[in-house]
Design a protein around this ligand. Structure first.
Ligand code: UD1
Ligand code: MG
Length: 451
């Protein structure tokens, strides 16, 4: 059965108190809209329509960033969830199959749940995703009769008896395209909110002798985000789940609660992650690597056997081959370190290529930026960069070449050469002692004058 997703993302999200449209607030480093799109994408839909309204331009861009083929339709006035879905009708006029409605602010619906809904569609015309709410609050209530779903009543419109129901509406719903839009066309806005409710299609379906049923999922999956506090809760839920998945896949963490992950973090089996490590977007770590405490990684690739940190920073484009060591207070940006290369202390390596087995001394800096342009540094295999070397790019140091400590290297160093670029030492016997005596005498004189 072909599937089309309709993702509702037009709402303002007033309670977020933010200039950013609600669905663009991030969880695990990705807009919550991406999480909703990712959940839907697991069904391999033929079409994906995002309904945008508030902040439509930014929402459109974010939707296309995730899926360049997704279509965005605009709901210029928010007249309710039914009205929002109706905006996708023209875009889906030529589509033949099932439509699944998701909310852009409900990021955690699982693939298994959507599969169960798709399966239930085989026996029912309309399928609604419900959940048993610990505190049903203001959710819409599912009114059932045995296996049948009879109607959904919004809290505002519900009777006391209906409010006592704990089976609630998640908002996710599925029906065949023609059925869905046919039913939405019959909804009105004569209700407590004056809105066109998507939920009304259940009673309308039953009135036409179509069948409706509810599939249920855990409440945690239907967590919707309306405020900053709920966003923080959602982030915590995401982190807890992401850590648990990695631990289940054989990643070692001593203090999982202190490790922060992104939506796309990939970490291999037997990799050890020490406390207080942050994985920003775009990080892949192969098996058997070791990420030590207080390291911060984003857009980086770390190979098997590499050791990173403690206190290392890997920025986008950091590419560490097998058995590379990157130690404390080393920052790496857009630079590759070939197998076995080491930069153990206090360095900045940016826009650089570092050969296998090279040793980068403490305090080495690639001076890659002239204020306008970025330039490249290349260091050959087995090179030895002396401590506190400044490599003024563009510059290259050949294979097995050496630079003396404290050198400012502005010219290319050929293979096997030793480059010294610093002032020669001038040692004056006895001068140190004499200088100290002079200074102390001066101090004594000043103190006597002050008395
Ligand atoms: C909706 C359901 C309710 C359910 C609850 C679950 C209806 C009428 N009610 O209520 O049964 O328990 O979700 O969270 O469907 N949106 C638009 N355009 C609009 C209105 C809404 O795009 O005109 C989007 C919102 O941005 C949001 C989603 O649809 O992502 C849900 O809208 P919201 O106003 O939060 O609905 P609820 O009142 O919470
Ligand atoms: Mg809501």
């Amino acid at each position: 059965m072909s599937i089309a997703l309709v993702i509702l993302a037009a709402g303002k999200g007033t309670r977020m108190d933010s200039d950013l449209p609600k669905v663009l607030h991030k969880i695990g480093g990705a807009p919550m809209l991406h999480h909703a799109m990712q959940a839907g994408a697991s069904l391999e839909p033929e079409r994906c329509i995002v309904v945008a309204g508030h902040g439509a331009e930014a929402v459109t861009k974010a939707a296309r960033d995730y899926d360049p083929d997704c279509e965005v339709v605009i709901q210029s006035e928010q007249k309710g969830t039914g009205h929002a879905v109706a905006q996708a009708e023209a875009a889906l006029a030529d589509f033949d199959g099932d439509v699944i409605v998701l909310y852009g602010d409900t990021p955690f619906i699982s693939h298994e749940t959507l599969e169960a809904m798709a399966e239930a569609r085989g026996r029912s015309d309309v399928v609604v995703l419900g959940f048993e709410a610990a505190d049903p609050g203001r959710y819409g209530r599912l009114v059932t009769n045995g296996d049948h779903l009879e109607k959904i009543v919004e809290f505002k419109d519900a009777t006391e008896a209906e409010r006592a129901i704990t089976l609630c509406n998640s908002g996710v719903l599925s029906a065949d395209r023609a059925t869905l839009f046919g039913l939405i066309g019959k909804t009105g806005n004569d209700n407590a909110s004056g809105e066109y409710y998507l939920t009304d299609i259940v009673a309308l379906a039953r009135a036409e002798n179509l069948s409706a049923t509810a599939v249920t999922c855990a409440e945690a999956e239907t967590l919707g985000i309306n405020s900053r506090a709920e966003l923080a809760e959602a982030e915590a839920a995401f982190q807890a789940r992401a850590r648990a998945v990695l631990i289940g896949d054989g990643v070692m963490m001593q203090a999982p609660d202190t490790v922060f992950l992104s939506f796309d973090s990939v970490i291999g089996r037997d990799t050890e992650i020490e406390p207080n490590v942050v994985f920003g977007p775009g990080v892949t770590v192969e098996s058997g690597a070791h990420i030590r405490a207080f390291s911060h990684l984003e857009g980086a690739h770390v190979s098997r056997g590499a050791v990173v940190g403690p206190y290392a920073r890997l920025r986008p484009g950091a590419e560490l081959a097998e058995d590379v060591h990157v130690g404390n207070f080393v920052e790496i940006k857009n630079a590759s370190l070939a197998e076995g290369a080491k930069a153990n202390h206090l360095s900045y390596l940016g826009d650089a290529e570092i050969g296998a087995g090279a040793n980068i001394g403490a305090g080495t800096i690639t001076c890659n930026y002239d204020g306008v342009f970025k330039h490249k540094t290349s260091i050959g295999a087995g090179a030895f960069i002396g401590s506190n070397t400044m490599l003024v790019a563009p510059v290259s140091v050949g294979d097995a070449a050496l630079t003396g400590s404290g050198s400012v290297i502005t010219e290319n160093v050929p293979d096997g050469a030793l480059a010294l670029a610093r002032a020669r030492q001038d040692t004056k016997p006895g001068y140190g002692k004499r200088l100290m005596e002079m200074l102390r005498a001066k101090k004594r004189k000043l103190q006597e004058g002050a008395r």
